[in-house]
Design a protein around this ligand. Sequence first.
Ligand SMILES: [Mn+2]
Length: 246
Amino acid sequence: MYDVIGDIHGCLTEFMLLTEKLGYQWDHHLLIHPEQRMLVFVGDITDRGPASVEMIRIVAHLVEQGLALYVPGNHCNKLYRLLMGHNVQVTHGLETTVQELNRLDSQQREQISAQFIALYRKSPLILYLDQQRLVVCHAGMQEKNLFKPLTRAMKSFALYGDTTGKKDAKGLPERRDWARKYHGDPLIVYGHTPVSRPRWKNHTLNLDTGCVFGGMLSALRYPEMELVAVPSSMPQISDRFRSFPD
Ligand SMILES: [Mn+2]
């Protein structure tokens, strides 16, 4: 039994409220569910929100202890590359995570970097759960590529979705509606593209309800298929939400 959680982006308060609502309790710095349910993170745990470092600590610790699963998102990928010493642009929210890291003393900074690097390296871009009936991936995956070894193009799809390289009318990267063309049996649960309500399309579910943009933080209880959410405490930035035709 899983509780899949959408993009958190440093929204620790909402994460605490959501896990409480899902029935998790803190026990020795770990979130435990009395019915031994498991948390699954769809990626993008950092950037833009107020508590990215603490989210890294929590997620890394839970995964280390075998109490949670995680797939990296594009923001996680960029943070990983930064921490590995690559030259990345500190933009699109990464600046808040870097500010938080810079406020730590060097020993704490080293520790959190090492924790995140270890978390990233051991986490697959796609999780196949419940005998391959449940697929979790940050930005989604095409039906024809499920269960296959990941190529470079598939890795990019898993992190960024079906991008065109162009910008849309709002100046955001254009993303094709891959879920519309998905007709597979496995349920694909993903995030990445903020929508005002969790979006079911064919056998896919987008759980990124834009918590960091003032929406809400959403979870899917699986296999119950119940949606659980808490409202965001962040200011609402409505032009960050996308809408798709049904
Ligand atoms: Mn993302």
